[in-house]
Write a new protein. Structure first.
Lengths: 332, 332
DNA sequence: GCTGGACCGACAAACGTTTGCACTTTAGGA
DNA sequence: TCCTAAAGTGCAAACGTTTGTCGGTCCAGC
């Protein structure tokens, strides 16, 4: 393979002009069957692949959008990616997925690199600050997932707090009077929102709440959270997400703390594996595929020149509690 | 946002020519500091983002490669993606990830759509037939993971059979005389290779082997495999991958079959969650991140005009057995 | 035999960049 | 004062497409 064959090469080999070659390939009926055949043959012989870039430079459209996620190894984002992929494929849009590994610096670089080559960007759980976010919103069509943006023009998809509220109610109903909350990353907007909902619900139900501070949303941060929860004397641990809860379960098993008899554990996201643990994890189910699909849909709507009606600009999808074995009656 | 600002707009606003604007932005020192400053300012004001497509049309390089995987929700491929991402980011190459959902038709379409907009493609566990594969190999730089290709020019990264061989040996050492193998997808080259290795090793050790036929590499295909294994009277089940093993464990727990006392179960890949099950899954660890990274490295080498020395053209990475609780002594 | 139209193909412009070359201005040395 | 060099800037070509427009050929119908 020396050099990619170009349309000029194909035209030359078929003995026609470039424009005829172009039409032969994409405008069925515009050129005679005989010529079309010859051009097709030449294209096949040369292994011709049209350059999307050249096409884009003319049309101004790349037919590509980017989806930026903080951590692809988190099953939650996998599901989100798949939802987005499905929606986009149905609309003939190619999707670029970028994993920024929870690094705001990387995220900034990735967005900058992507901005020039895609028609729009979906940012999931962005760690960028508001200024950066609105700045990019001015440069390129943007949709953000699980973030609010000062600039209300930027469409958002968020997930509701119904699930965590239900989780606290569930614990209260089982006699828990003291709950510990293991928070997510400092820069996480959804942690903030989730935390507030927990605080409010606990206050409403008269349940004591201890905040255990921020944790990386990874399994290896779980053990510390478990230990911290034990120290507070709380009878239930509410974790920012399932990965954290997995890590906590690891640690509790290791130290011989019985779940849920001595400590109830509740996660968030209902990711792959949540039902594999022993006991299976009580958690909050999030329609991750829907989230991805809705975000993709919003971006496509914006790109289709459409101004979204303000009511559709901010979508909040409901979550619900899934009770499994890791939560139960409070120890007396 | 009406229309993306172009370099012409920036130049106009700064009162310079397009070429000067271009140089001011990418050729530090080539234009006077005062002009550079003015151009920068204009670019910021307009929210200018250079069009990667236009650049590509000149250079012929997109600075992008594609990674095509059969199923993004399979944690094994997630890890692979991350390995590739890391390697490529370090080399300033943008990565496009496409999930083809195990569909050869989709895969063909996706490859066709991608071929014109990326510099090269990594195909993981491709379900394409050999003809299609060599055809694309002529059109665009290709690297395939876990496939052989008739055309030895196409670089490959494969994973070894050390792990499954060790698994059979491990079972034999624990007194198992009859093992069942639940195979993967029909079109899967790695299933073929893995199966052969199991057949050989069983023959060598005098262990009876029953092949249970092909299964989708998903958790929901596991229960059928478990039932089939029980019917054969085998004392151990070797599953094509961990997802299948998870599903088998689900079913065995449901039907009250004790693992490993009545049936040993061994998976493959050591994906996220393999240590969460009860009992934890004995499986074969695959250096998935390495696989992704090596494939990316090979593609970059090819793109750098380099002919790979034949010795580097086909990389086979070793696998190893990880013994956990789901395998043990054969029932007597 | 002419006219009109259908059909087919080619020419050239345009998309947003980058870059080789040429031009102008200024400074510095002889 | 003149020459040379260097610095700074602009012109225009080129990348690979797509598409509006135009010209030519062929045939049917009068």
């Amino acid at each position: 393979m020396t050099r990619r064959a170009t349309l000029t090469d194909v035209a030359g080999r078929a003995g026609v002009s470039v424009s005829t070659a172009s039409r032969a390939l994409h405008r069925p009926g515009r050129v005679s069957p005989a010529t079309t055949e010859r051009v097709q043959q030449a294209a096949d012989d040369l292994g011709y692949v049209p350059s999307a870039a050249a096409r884009q430079v003319r049309s101004g459209q790349s037919g590509t959008i980017a989806l930026v996620v903080p951590d692809l190894t988190n099953p939650f984002f996998m599901a989100l990616v798949r939802g987005s992929t499905r929606h986009l494929r149905a609309h003939d849009v190619v999707q670029v997925v970028a994993d920024v590994e929870e690094e705001p610096r990387t995220e900034e670089q990735v967005v900058a690199a992507l901005a020039g080559r895609v028609d729009g960007i979906v940012l999931a759980a962005s760690r960028l600050d508001r200024a950066a976010l609105t700045g990019w919103g001015r440069r390129i069509p943007l949709v953000v997932i699980n973030r609010d943006v000062a600039d209300a023009e930027v469409p958002t998809v968020t997930i509701g707090t119904q699930g965590v509220v239900a989780a606290v109610e569930h614990l209260a109903a089982h006699g828990h009077r003291h709950v510990a909350y293991a928070g997510g990353p400092v820069t996480s907007w959804s942690d903030d929102r989730r935390h507030r909902a927990v605080v409010e619900t606990c206050a409403r139900l008269g349940v004591r709440l201890t905040a255990l501070g921020h944790h990386a949303p990874r399994r290896d941060a779980g053990p510390a959270a478990a230990d911290a929860a034990r120290r507070t004397g709380a009878t239930a641990l509410l974790a920012y997400n399932d990965l954290l809860a997995f890590g906590a379960l690891d640690r509790l098993a290791e130290t011989g703390v019985r779940v849920p008899d001595e400590l109830s554990v509740v996660g968030h996201d209902d990711v792959f594996g949540a039902d594999l643990t022993t006991p299976a994890l009580t958690t909050v189910a999030v329609p991750a595929e829907d989230v991805g699909a809705r975000a993709a849909a919003q971006l496509l709507a914006v790109l289709d020149g459409g101004d979204l009606p303000p009511s559709d600009r901010h979508v909040d999808l409901p979550t619900r509690l899934v009770v499994r074995g890791s939560s139960g009656a409070a120890p007396r």
